[in-house]
Write a protein that binds this ligand. Structure first.
Ligand SMILES: [Fe+2]
Ligand SMILES: [Fe+2]
Length: 268
């Protein structure tokens, strides 16, 4: 991280990186071939860059919730998320360093493209930023981490993935909790935007630079193959996000139709 990005002592673990120390010994790292070890290092470094960008995204969510006069508890959770994502970036950089056998530098910042939602009112635009980041992105992130944990055999990566997942679940809940408080007239407007924000979010996931697992040994260090990643993204929308919107009374007819077409994002 840059020197001005010190993890906050007021954050979730009082400035510590993780709830419990990550394993200092992991023989599974030494058993990898040089090629797999280099791949795993790149997987985790790409994850670090992505987590850092999510911190920037949560800064947008904090401002949105402030403008929307959201409940103080939700604003506090969003502020914590800015810090959580900085910790995630550092956890991932640390894991990458363990596979590299030396401290690796912080990866280049990924640019954050905040969706302009240009035709939406200010209130609706802020709300869509909360829904897009929390209900969409964080729910998908939780699903990707869960899928990564299933086959993770390395002690270090399993512990790191669990640390990330425990926060992402909270970040997703933030959005669902906020959406539940939105008045019905605004909820009706959000509904019309669901296909657009889902397309935009899925496009971002599909285009985020990452390395895919090409061997079982790499899968066991917390990476996913390309086809499993795509299936997990679509599965999260189908099995978690659409039922979430349904439960809150938002129509998901268009979302379901889009998924049936294979969730195309190329036209964005
Ligand atoms: Fe994260
Ligand atoms: Fe998160």
């Amino acid at each position: 991280m840059a020197p001005d990005e010190v993890i906050s002592p007021a954050g979730r673990w009082s400035g510590r990186l993780t709830s419990r120390p990550l394993p200092e010994v992991d023989p599974s790292i030494e058993r990898l071939t040089d090629e797999d070890r280099a791949t795993v290092m790149q997987v985790w470094l790409a994850r670090a860059a992505n987590e850092r960008r999510v911190s920037d995204s949560f800064a947008v969510v904090v401002n949105a919730l402030l403008a929307l006069n959201a409940a103080p508890g939700l604003i506090d959770l969003a502020r914590r998320a800015v810090d959580d994502e900085l910790r995630h970036a550092e956890i991932c950089r640390y894991v990458a360093s363990r596979f590299a056998g030396a401290d690796v530098p912080t990866p280049a910042r990924l640019p954050l493209a905040v969706p302009p939602h240009a035709t939406a009112s200010e209130e609706l635009r802020h709300t869509l930023h909360v829904v897009g980041q929390c209900c969409l992105n964080e729910t998908i992130a939780s699903a990707v981490l869960e899928a990564s944990i299933v086959n993770a055999r390395g002690a270090l990566v399993a512990a790191a993935l669990r640390e990330l997942l425990s926060d992402e679940i909270d970040h997703g809940r933030l959005g669902w909790a906020y959406l539940a408080t939105v008045r019905s007239e605004l909820r009706g407007k959000i509904e019309l935007w669901l296909p657009a924000i889902a397309r935009g979010n899925l496009k971002m996931w599909r285009e985020t630079p990452r390395l895919y697992a090409t061997s079982i040994a790499v899968v066991e260090q917390g990476a996913l193959p390309a086809d499993r990643t795509e299936a997990t993204l679509l599965g999260a929308i189908r099995d978690l996000i659409i039922p979430g919107f349904d439960r809150l009374g938002l129509s998901t007819v268009e979302l379901r139709r889009w998924l049936e077409l294979g969730a195309p994002t190329a036209a964005e």
